[in-house]
Each structure stands twice: as structure tokens, then as C-alpha cells.
Design a protein around this ligand. Structure first.
Ligand code: GDP
Ligand code: GDP
Length: 453
């Protein structure tokens, strides 16, 4: 049986938009029950690598019963009843309303597994609602933008955790690897950068554990293998999409689709660069996308064999300089020169990948974090704004994968961007988080963990 995933929430939070974004194929509903069920929309979708039935309850909130609360609940109740997992959607832009709290309380009482989704979280505007949403008691909200397609990778991760692997995949993994948690890796890059050559070099037929497993999308598959250290890796491959790209004219568009699919499925992304033409616009676009999706990044500087030995030092330095001056968010991203063709340097890639994975997963102890914070604001105090100094009180890590921090203080909305960058860069260096996208948000003193404040 396919698991059923229901999308619920008050009107206008973006349920339908999310449904349309995730849906693959609509299912026609033949159901004679009068009233609410008539409007229920269902679709097939692949969420977190599972084939699921997705149910949209938008519009059901408007169904008959008399009180406001009753109206909302009546339609959704049946959908929730039938669901294995519920996505409770709130508006990350507008913040919580009494209707959201009511919905959350009701949902909690049903005891259904639920994931809290803070929608409309594109850009900074979403952040207030995102942190408020902690107060609903469903744990870490997933910040997404259904309209712009952002943050979906993380939503897939959470669904994967909630539903577990598909039975046949779980069985295969059980047989081969016990309950070991594999690292999900994607190899992406421009056409001809050497992705296929690198994947073949990395995996080699003999180390492939089982056949391909389904991924998030129909076109992404995952190849399980063990690296030289014997650690389990699932390599995300979008070969299907690439192959299709070759036979159509829309190569650009499809290879972008393949890249996005791979990024969403992966935890760490290896971006393959051509050492003779590194960091072209398309490379930067992919790196930026990885950052936006919250994935850890490692750059493989491929075709190093074609760079004359005496030019190599200069070439490496030029790339590091370009990264740190041109693209602040990519500063310190690990760069591994290698030749996929000859195999030289390829053994350095996976250690760099695992290091990035550990940093991406890391939780910094609160004590160490605040010691760093105290030193950082002492060394370079926040500026005066309107003649008064901004106060920054403390910092806390709210989640990992990627590491996300909140700084609490007063009038933090006035803190200039360059000061935020100063904190971000300091965090990255002091805590060894190079190559990892870090989220840093600011909150004025109100405590987001206490409801009703
Ligand atoms: P529903 O009533 O919960 O199904 O909400 P809809 O999906 O109909 O969306 C309500 C409104 O929010 C529409 O105007 C959407 O365009 C808008 N919306 C949905 N998702 C997003 C998003 O991610 N960002 C922004 N800014 N607006 C969104
Ligand atoms: P993809 O399109 O990114 O999958 O790239 P391919 O793996 O198909 O490689 C494109 C071309 O670059 C092929 O002709 C490869 O033989 C060549 N190539 C890949 N890696 C290297 C390398 O490390 N050194 C050299 N000299 N050529 C390479």
C-alpha cells in the first residue's frame, strides 16, 4: 500500500500550491459521499523516495459546520483520518494566527505523525513565522516556498525520516548494510565536465552493492556502494534525465532539471569543474543552487592532468581567490584537484566529502558557541544605529543539516548586512564549517518558544 500524505492547514497558507508543486499525476476520485469528500484532491507523488498518495484538503476548511473551528476541521478530519502522515502548513511570512494554533492543537490530539511546514519562506520575510512555528509543538518546522520551489529537499528528508524507506529498499539495505545510515551524494556539473567518468572511477562495478533504487523523482536513481574506507554511500544519479536531454533540444532545461533533482536528493554535492575552464557562470549557478538548497558542497577540479605541472600552484591559488572574493557564501569550500580519467587524486575526494558531511551534521555545544559569540562581538561590537548601540545577547543553534543559528538581541532588524556577514564568516571559520551552508537569523528579544507572547 502506498502511504497517504495529507496536506492540512487554514485557508491561504499555500496548501494547493504545495500540492501542485509535489503532485505528479492527479488521481480521479470516485466517491459518492456527499459534501466534503467531493472536493478532495488526490495525486500520486514521490516524497522522500517513496511513492505516496498526496491529499489536498484546500477548500475543505470552508465546509458546512457552524463554528469557525468546526468549519475548518470537518473537511480535514476525514483526510487526516485516512492519512499515514500529515503536512501541517502555516504561513511563514504572516506568522501564526489563532486558527493555526487551533488546527495544531486539534491535530496533536489525533496523534497522527505530522511535519510542520512553514510556507512562503522565500527570502528573509519567512523567518519570523518560521521561528514562531516552533511554538506549535511539532518540533522543527521545515521552511519552504511552495511557489518558488525552495526548501523542498529538506521536506523530502523529513518525509523520508517519517515514513522510512520503501519496504523493498529497506530489505535490500538490511541485507547488505544493516541499519547503517548511508551518505547521499550527488555528482553534478556542466556537460562534459567529466561527471560520468568520475562516477565510474569512484564506484567501479565491483563495489556496487545492489541494483539502482528509486529516488525522489522518477528520473533520479540511487546507486549504493562502499567507498575505499568501507563506508556506505548512495550516489544519486540522474542518468535518465541526462539521456533524455541528449535526444531533445531542451538540453539546457533538462540538465537543469536533473541537477535540481539530484541536489534535492543529496546531502553532499560534488560539483565537477573542468580545470581548464573552472567557475564559469553555469558552475556558479549550480553552486549557488546547492547553497540555497542547504547542501554541503565539495568542488572536484577535474582534468587536472591537462594543467601543466608548473602552472598548478598558480591555478589553485587563482581559484581559491576567486571563491573568497567573488562568492562569499562559497569561501573555504574544499577544492580537490583530480583526474577522473587517470584516477590521480580521486582518493582525496571521499575524505573531503565525509568531512563536509560531518560539518553539515554538526551540532555546536551551546557553551562553545556563546564563548565564540562573546569574543566576536567584543572584538567588533555591533554598530550604532540612530545613535544607540544594538544589543546582541546570545546565539543558539536551532538545527543541523545544515547548521542553523539564531541570534537574539534588541532591534536586530537594524543590524547591517555586513555585520551579519562578519558573524557568518566568523562562525564558519571558528567552528570548521567550510563548505557548509550556514543559516543565521536574527530575532528581537521576544521568546519564540513561548506560545502567546
Ligand atoms: P490554500 O488555501 O492553503 O490552498 O492556499 P493557496 O495554495 O491557494 O495559496 C494561497 C495564496 O498564497 C496564493 O495567492 C498563492 O499564490 C500564495 N502562495 C502559495 N505559496 C506561496 C509561497 O511559497 N510564497 C508566497 N509568497 N506566496 C505563496
Ligand atoms: P559528463 O558529461 O560530465 O558526464 O562528462 P564525461 O564523463 O562524459 O566526460 C567528458 C569528456 O571529458 C570525455 O571525453 C572524458 O574522457 C573526458 N574526461 C573526463 N575526465 C577527464 C580527466 O580527468 N582528464 C581528461 N584529460 N579528460 C577527462
Amino acid at each position: 500500500m502506498r502511504p497517504v500524505v495529507a496536506i492540512v492547514g487554514r485557508p491561504n497558507v499555500g496548501k494547493s500550491t504545495l500540492f501542485n508543486r509535489l503532485a505528479r499525476r492527479r488521481i480521479a476520485i470516485v466517491d459518492d459521499t456527499p459534501g466534503v469528500t467531493r472536493d478532495r484532491k488526490e495525486a500520486e507523488a514521490v516524497l522522500g523516495g517513496r511513492d505516496v498518495t498526496l491529499v489536498d484538503t484546500a477548500g475543505l476548511e470552508e465546509a458546512p459546520p457552524e463554528t469557525v473551528a468546526g468549519k475548518m476541521m470537518a473537511g480535514s478530519a476525514r483526510a487526516v483520518d485516512l492519512a499515514d502522515l500529515v503536512l501541517l502548513v502555516v504561513d511563514g511570512r504572516e506568522g501564526l494566527t489563532p486558527a493555526d494554533r487551533h488546527f495544531a492543537t486539534w491535530l496533536r490530539r489525533t496523534g497522527k505523525p505530522a511535519i510542520l511546514v512553514a510556507n512562503k519562506a522565500e527570502g528573509r520575510a519567512g523567518e519570523g513565522g518560521y521561528y514562531d512555528a516552533f511554538a506549535l509543538g511539532f518540533g522543527e518546522p521545515v521552511a519552504v516556498s511552495a511557489e518558488h520551489g525552495e526548501g523542498l529537499g529538506e521536506l523530502h528528508d523529513r518525509v523520508r525520516e517519517a515514513l522510512g524507506a520503501a519496504p523493498e529498499v529497506a530489505e535490500a539495505a538490511e541485507g547488505e548494510a544493516g541499519s547503517e545510515r548511508p551518505l547521499r551524494l550527488a555528482v553534478v556539473g556542466r556537460p562534459n565536465a567529466g561527471k560520468s567518468t568520475l562516477v565510474n572511477r569512484l564506484i567501479g562495478e565491483e563495489r556496487l552493492l545492489t541494483g539502482p533504487e528509486p529516488g525522489i523523482t522518477r528520473d533520479a536513481i540511487a546507486l549504493p556502494w562502499r567507498d575505499a574506507e568501507g563506508r556506505l554511500v548512495r550516489l544519486v544519479d540522474t542518468a535518465g534525465l541526462r539521456r533524455r536531454a541528449r535526444v531533445t533540444e531542451k538540453l539546457e532545461k533538462l540538465s537543469t532539471a536533473a541537477t535540481i533533482a539530484a541536489l534535492r536528493e543529496a546531502e553532499v554535492v560534488v560539483l565537477v569543474l573542468d580545470a581548464l575552464a573552472p567557475l564559469e557562470a553555469q558552475d556558479i549557478a549550480i553552486a549557488t543552487l546547492a547553497e540555497r538548497e542547504g547542501r554541503a558542497l565539495v568542488l572536484a577540479l577535474n582534468k587536472w592532468d591537462l594543467v601543466p605541472v608548473k602552472a598548478r600552484n598558480d591555478r589553485r591559488r587563482a581559484i581559491a581567490d576567486r571563491l573568497s572574493t567573488g562568492f562569499a557564501q562559497l569561501k573555504g569550500v574544499p577544492v580537490v584537484p583530480l583526474s577522473a580519467l587517470s584516477g590521480a587524486g580521486v582518493d582525496k575526494l571521499m575524505p573531503a566529502v565525509w568531512k563536509a558531511y560531518e560539518a553539515w551534521n554538526s551540532r555546536v555545544p551551546t557553551g562553545a558557541l556563546n564563548r565564540w559569540f562573546a569574543t566576536a562581538i567584543e572584538r567588533h561590537p555591533p554598530p550604532l544605529v540612530d545613535g544607540r548601540r544594538l544589543k546582541l545577547r546570545y546565539i543558539t543553534q536551532v538545527k543541523a543539516r545544515p547548521p542553523s543559528f539564531v541570534v537574539f538581541g534588541t532591534r536586530t532588524g537594524k543590524l547591517p548586512d555586513d555585520y551579519v556577514r562578519y558573524l557568518l564568516n566568523g562562525l564558519r571559520e571558528a567552528l570548521g564549517l567550510e563548505g557548509v551552508p550556514i543559516r543565521l537569523t536574527l530575532r528581537s528579544s521576544r521568546n519564540p518558544y513561548v506560545e502567546g507572547e
